[in-house]
Write a protein that binds this ligand. Sequence first.
Ligand SMILES: *Cc1c(COP(=O)(O)O)cnc(C)c1O
Length: 229
Amino acid sequence: MYTVGEKIASIKGQLPEQVRLVAVSKTKPISLIQEAYDAGQRIFGENKAMEMKEKHEALPDNIHWHFIGHLQTNKVKYIAPFVKLIHSVDSLKLLKEINKQALKNDRIISCLLQFHIASEETKYGLSAKEAYDILSSEEFKTLKNIRITGVMGMASNTFDTDLVREEFKYLRTIFQNLQYDFFLNDIFFREISMGMSGDYQIAVTEGSTLVRIGSSIFGAREYRTGSTK
Ligand SMILES: *Cc1c(COP(=O)(O)O)cnc(C)c1O
């Protein structure tokens, strides 16, 4: 059995320098997160606001907490004081609430726009058109306490690696188009959050800058099923 520290070291050893590891610690106990922290890991991903708040309070201050799950507007207030990056923004309504709570906390909160890139119906996320509508809106321009730093997506849960690769390529194309159309010369717009335990190697070759890895570090891997396409 490898320790959490050894698994993190092994994954980090495979990542190019510009790719950062988000250790997805959702559902995992404080003790296991502490173990990863002691091994040098600083970025952790959670998908429930209250759970992330509790873990933030129990663990060292210099952890970078990334929110990676579907975020309800009424939960934003729990994480606004400390969250480092919200990967999962999928509406203008949510962006407005994040802006409001960021303002209350005298912060600027970094956010990624989450895109629906999988062929599966179940995943959350924007279409390219919806993102263009948000970013072109007058309302968006008034939001001074949020900063869009890139894009996020989840590929299909499938063994079909060609399909997964196409979906990641598509996300990268969206990133490049948005960069050209809305964020030219914006040095903060630089993140492509893609890749999980089962597909991060593909994501890295397609330009990921943030991989979100849970089960390969902390165990309890979910089984990947066949494509639903
Ligand atoms: C759970 C989760 C992950 C990590 O998945 P693993 O397959 O356990 O690596 C990554 N991203 C999101 C959005 C998640 O919810």
